[in-house]
Design a protein around this ligand. Sequence first.
Ligand SMILES: [Zn+2]
Length: 235
Amino acid sequence: MITESIQLDRLTFEVRRSPRRRTLELMVDRGGALRIYAPNEVPPDELIRWISRKLVWVHEKLAAKAQVAPQTKSPEFVSGESFSYLGRGFRLKVVKEQRKALNFDGARFLLRSDSRRKAAEHFRRWYRQSGTEWLRSRVKLLAPKVGAKPADIRVRDLGFRWASCGRTGVLSFHWKLLQLPVRLVDYVIVHELTHLSHPHHDAEFWACVERAMPDWRERKEQLAESAAHYLSFGG
Ligand SMILES: [Zn+2]
């Protein structure tokens, strides 16, 4: 196997050639590294033409990966920084004047510059407030699938748990959950709704989850993968 690399569109593609290969293949690995598997005889200019046709796909893949793991370090709350809400990244703009310390206009977050020092607190509050409203409607939508009815829902800081089901039938969700893609939040909602009738993770519990959400395993796995990144946000 011979290794070479190609630079294109500010991306680096590592090329791995093999005499046994008959077709070209492009892979984006977990960490976002780009790898091309190619037969020995394909000349570099043909490889470049082939990659060019794949660029849109590559950028989409990379963007999707960035959304799954956007926060590995604490945010600095500077203009241009991206914050995740329901799986989508939104840019922050620091502004001189506005009535509220933190605003969300549907396209970006706007933070008043004199509130930067307490920005983490403002973001937490924003996730709690917008999240409560959104989760309430989402729970309403999913509850009939599970056949459960929670007494109420709350959004708060739950430490290392995404959600919990209280004895009185109140479901609590971590505000950090609101950063995740909707399909993962849905899994957490179905999981907690199921706890209303099955307190333990026994066979009946999982059978009930499966009826409401047949692809729960895949979502559970993705949730575990993203947990480390999202739970490190905001302290
Ligand atoms: Zn559980």
